[in-house]
Design a protein around this ligand. Sequence first.
Ligand code: PBG
Length: 328
Amino acid sequence: MFDIPQRPRRNRKNFAIRKMIQENSVTPSDLIAPLFFIEGSNQKVGIDSMPGQFRYSIDKLVEEVLHLYSLGIPCVSIFPAVSEKFKNSQASESFNPDGLNQRAVAEIKNACPDMQVMTDIALDPYSSDGHDGLVDSKTGEILNDQTLEVLGKMAIAQAEAGTDIVGPSDMMDGRIGFIRSILDSEGFEKVSIMSYTAKYASSFYGPFRDALDSAPKNGDKKTYQMDYSNAREAQREAELDESEGADILMVKPGLAYLDIVRALREHTVLPVAAYNVSGEYAMVKAAAERGWIDGESVMVEMLTSFKRAGADMILTYFAKEMALKINS
Ligand code: PBG
């Protein structure tokens, strides 16, 4: 044994060496941009709790999508802000073939055919109860199997409009298998499923619920979204989603859940996505506005940490800002 002094700093001695040994980095093709939209035309309405994010009318949404595509972002995840008059207890607007969401999908695919459009499957934007599933009017219980029927109709309406990827975010049991088989039986075997596999009941979703005005009217989402104290449960959900036919597994929220991203990465050969959610975005923006942190470098550090944890792709409200930064 030679007594060689260990000097790990040699691998950090200058920018070139640091770049050469860099293990992880973020490219625009890793990014999925969530976008909010509304009825009307020529609208771009700011969201107070999410500086830099907007609710777009479909015409403006399409412009934004074209811009994102030009930056190398391959996918957008779209969320309709549905007006109160279209909400009811059955969330029937969710599968209206002419509804806002379906029109947006068709317009985006028409203007930018290569952009991958991901659509959300859950009842909350359309439900007068603000829950992801149907609510039993007597007990307040979230009804699992009855909800699956509605989710299936949503999947078909979105597929008919031309969606590339459906993203079930509702956390009902058995939904991946149910949606996969209904899509296949209607001839939509090419539509992918990115499952919100490990979706936790989280206070980090606050700004998103402001953006869509979709907070639950009664109770919370703890009987379907997961308890943040638990990790093994995520593996159980992953096994189920995989066996039911999911193409991509997602962890949500992201930042406080990087251990779950790592666990799923080690547990599955499927691609793993992480959702850097609205509250994580708002925290960075708020602190940066006060000059308490350097928002841009925190953004890059945060998104790189998702890659380091094992995520193949990241849904993030920073998608455009990050792509601009990478391309600059
Ligand atoms: C609803 C849904 C939520 C988010 C994505 N889909 C909110 C919720 O479950 O209440 C949150 C995304 C974010 O906070 O950025 N099915």
